[in-house]
Design a protein around this ligand. Structure first.
Ligand code: ZN
Length: 183
């Protein structure tokens, strides 16, 4: 497994709309392994393939299975989710605001309104169909990652400048922000 270089928001590649994966072959499986390694190295809880420069609809998420928004994350091991060609099969009418950060937008966090619960469908790392019901923070991370597949960043959802603010790495505020999405 190799840690890959993360693509930042100043690189136009991050705005590219990713295309569907036709076949979950050995190359895709290697990419998945590298993405998991890269996400862990960056202390993130989610990563989309475009964030390592590959325009495939493919996301990895790793977090505790049940965490309320704003709650501190327990130590690893967490649950790993790999979804190829992810789609939102269902989304709740109920919305919820929560703090997000992004590995491609370092130094910034903001409050984003997302569906409170969603069902994600797609393929797993062996190409089998999967369906994941997600609520709260897990639902938020998946919505954030699926956005990446369409070239959308969390900052695009924020209109009010009061709802986005810089954080300095190593500060208490940054540690707090880490309890939100870093994905
Ligand atoms: Zn992100």
């Amino acid at each position: 497994m190799t840690v890959r270089q993360i693509v930042y928001s100043d690189n136009p590649l991050i705005r590219k709309k990713s295309h569907r994966v036709r076949q979950v072959d050995a190359g895709v499986q290697r990419l998945i392994d590298d993405m998991v390694e890269t996400m862990r190295e960056a202390d993130g809880i989610g990563l989309a393939a475009i964030q390592v420069g590959v325009p495939y609809r493919l996301v990895v998420v790793e977090m505790p299975p049940e965490v309320a928004e704003g709650e501190e994350l327990p130590p690893r091991p967490w649950e790993l989710y790999v979804v190829v060609n992810p789609e939102l099969a269902r989304k709740s009418r109920e919305m919820e605001e929560g703090v997000e950060g992004c590995l491609s937008v370092p130094g910034w966090v903001g409050e984003v309104v997302r569906h409170k619960s969603v069902t994600i469908k797609g393929l797993d790392r062996r190409g089998r169909k999967v369906r994941i019901k997600a609520e709260g923070l897990l639902a938020r991370v998946f919505q954030h990652e699926i956005d990446h597949c369409d070239g959308i960043l969390f900052t695009d959802h924020i209109e009010d400048p009061e709802k986005i603010w810089p954080v300095e790495e190593g500060t208490e505020e940054a540690a707090e922000a880490r309890q939100g999405v870093r994905a």
